[in-house]
Structures are given as C-alpha cells and as structure tokens.
Design a protein around this ligand. Structure first.
Ligand code: AHG
Ligand code: MN
Ligand code: MN
Length: 341
C-alpha cells in the first residue's frame, strides 16, 4: 500500500505506484491516465444531462446542428476514442457493443479494457447517481515481447477469470464525482474538484465497515426468485438492517463500500435460461468483486462460487451477484445452500 497524504492528485498517486515496480514500463500508468481524461469528459456530459430537452434530444440535432447522441452512446464513444490509439490496450469490450472492439492498427498494447460506460442508465433522466465501471487485464494472446503487440487482441484475451485483473474501479457521478480503484494493493477513492479539474485522494485505503448496515436488492423481483432466495430476504429483514436500493449498481455498491452493506442481484425467472440474473460478469460483477475483496469484503454467486474464480465463456456473460460485507455474504450463501429447494 502506497501511504500517501490526503489531497495528492490521482495522477501523482499512480505515478508513485509505478515507481514501486522498477520493471514497470508505464503502460498501466498511461492507461489509467487516459481513463481519467475520459472520466472528466464524461463527467462534463453527465452534468449537462438535464439540459437535454433544451439542447436537443437523442436522434435530433442540437443547437450547433450536430447529431445528439444518448448518454450511453456518448460515454461509450468517449472511452473508445481515447483508448483506440493510446497504445496501451489491445482491444476493448463494452456493454454497449456486441463484439470485441478493436484498436487502431499499429496501436495495440499490453492490456485489455472491459467497461460499462454508463451504469444505472435508467437513472439519468431523474438526476440520480450513475457511473462508469472498468476492468483491466493483461492480454494473453501474444507473448510479452513488445513487438508482438502489433497484433490486435481477441475475445480470448477477455475470457480470463476475475482474479487475473490488474486494476479495476469506477467513476461515480454523484453528489460529487469520485474515482475509486484498486491495482491489487487496497482501494483508494479520489474526489474531483470540478473548479480545478483534478481528482484528489479523499478516501484512503477504504475498508468496508464491520457492521452490515444496508440491504440492497430489488424486492420488486421477489415473485421471480427461487424459494430459498425469498426465504433469505425474509430472514435478513428480520435483523437490524435498513433497506437502500438506488438501481445503479455502482452507486449501491459505493454506498455499501463506505457505510457497510450487502447488495444482491439474484437470478430470476424472467431470465430465459433461469440461471444467471441480470448483471454482467466482465464489466460489472468482476471489477466490483475485485474492489470488494481488496476492501475486506466478498463477492459470490448464489451457489457460493467466488465471482473472481468464475471462468468466463462469453464476453457478455451474466451472473447472479451477492456482494458486500464478507460475513454477511458468507452467511447469505450458507443460508441459500441450506434452504435449496
Ligand atoms: P445498465 O444501466 O448499465 O444497463 O445497468 C443497470 C443495472 C445496474 O446498474 C442495476 O443494479 C440494475 O441494472 C438495476 O436493475 P433493476 O431495475 O432490475 O433493479
Ligand atoms: Mn450496468
Ligand atoms: Mn450501462
């Protein structure tokens, strides 16, 4: 853990982190810095979202005569454009695109980037917190010889377990804008000072509090759950716990990370194959699972499998997710196993 004073900038923090590894060539530093620039751009767009009606809606022309994109599209393009010729990534996977996104020829790099450009998009129009989630892994389809990076990455580069992530995090566009990330050495949070345009270290070495204060689950889906899940929710509600559900995974996770809580998105019968739930493994569950573990928490599916140990078989694969306070996650999984119908 790099012990840094509160108030240092995120770029300085990342640079100091690089210096702890003399063999590091600066690619991860470069990639994280590109993400920070994308985050600031997205933040500016998100803050204007309420003006969409005035400036023009998606599919129409704005007052400058340009085509207006919806925010999911715009954030997706912002990240893609920044990354495709930065030279640090070999390919990208985005929630918004069915296929692996190639980088520009000649700009292939060492890392993969999977991202949910805008998480919680149903909350955009109602001015509620949303975020961007990212996950970074080392490419595996070529040797570590830098010359072979000229070849683009493929889907195989993304089909790696979450425990192979080298960095993961999110940018939360909330009452303030925060970047929270880990490189496997604890979790740190940086708050954007919009007047300066810098993220400053504000939440050092975040650990999930011992007490599980909040339960976050969409109980509107109760009738679609398996019996054991229904019983578990009844059981946990019969304890000292408060309910909080925003409907933006990233915001629900962040609150539980800071204040203590458990978030569940179980599989439900609405799902055609009835076993996976709604959330995506590569760019929702796995990066948040990495953060949770680094903050002393845990993340599992409903069978008790660690999210970070799931072998992905598809880039948009879904998974049930139980994430937050370690003890409570373990208790939930034990309960579900005992009451399996
Ligand atoms: P996205 O906006 O990226 O599609 O993700 C939405 C997800 C997630 O943020 C949230 O936890 C969940 O959908 C909420 O779903 P319900 O409305 O079914 O509760
Ligand atoms: Mn999402
Ligand atoms: Mn999304």
């Amino acid at each position: 853990m790099v012990d840094k004073p509160l108030g240092i900038t995120v770029s300085r923090y990342i640079m100091d982190l690089q210096h702890m590894f003399p063999e590091a060539k600066g690619d991860l530093t470069g990639l994280l810095n590109e993400l920070i620039v994308a985050a600031k751009t997205i933040n500016a767009e998100v803050n204007k979202a309420g003006l969409a009606d005035i400036l023009g809606q998606s599919g129409k022309k704005n007052i400058q005569g340009e085509e207006v994109q919806n925010l999911d599209e715009l954030t997706n393009n912002t990240i893609k454009k920044r990354m495709e010729s930065c030279g640090y990534v070999c390919a990208m996977v985005s929630e918004e695109e069915e296929k692996v996104i190639p980088v520009k020829e000649g700009y292939s790099g060492k890392y993969t980037l999977a991202f949910d450009p805008l998480d919680g998009s149903s909350n955009i129009d109602v001015n509620v917190s949303i975020g961007t989630i990212f996950s970074i892994q080392k490419r595996i389809t070529s040797s570590s010889d830098a010359s072979s990076y000229d070849v683009a990455g493929t889907a195989d580069d993304f089909l790696q377990k979450g425990n192979k992530q080298v960095a993961a995090g999110y940018i939360l566009y909330g009452s303030s804008t925060m970047m929270v990330f880990t490189t496997g050495d604890g979790v740190n949070g940086f708050t954007l000072d919009p007047s300066v345009g810098e993220f400053y270290l504000s939440h050092k070495n975040i650990k999930i509090p011992k007490r599980c204060k909040y339960l976050s689950v969409n109980e509107g889906n109760y009738r679609h759950w398996d019996k054991n899940m229904q019983k578990y929710i009844e059981h946990i509600k019969d304890s000292e716990i408060s309910s909080r559900y925003i409907g933006s995974l990233v915001a629900d996770f962040h609150r539980n990370l800071i204040s203590g809580g458990i978030f569940l998105y179980p599989k439900d019968k609405k799902d055609p194959n009835k076993k996976s739930g709604k959330l995506r493994l590569l760019y929702e569950a796995a990066p948040l699972a990495f953060l949770a573990e680094q903050a002393g928490g845990a993340a599992m599916d409903d069978t008790g499998k660690n999210i970070l140990d799931i072998q992905p078989t598809g880039i948009h694969q879904r998974t049930p997710l139980i994430i937050g306070n370690k003890e409570t996650v373990f208790e939930a999984v034990d309960f579900l196993k005992k009451h399996k119908n």
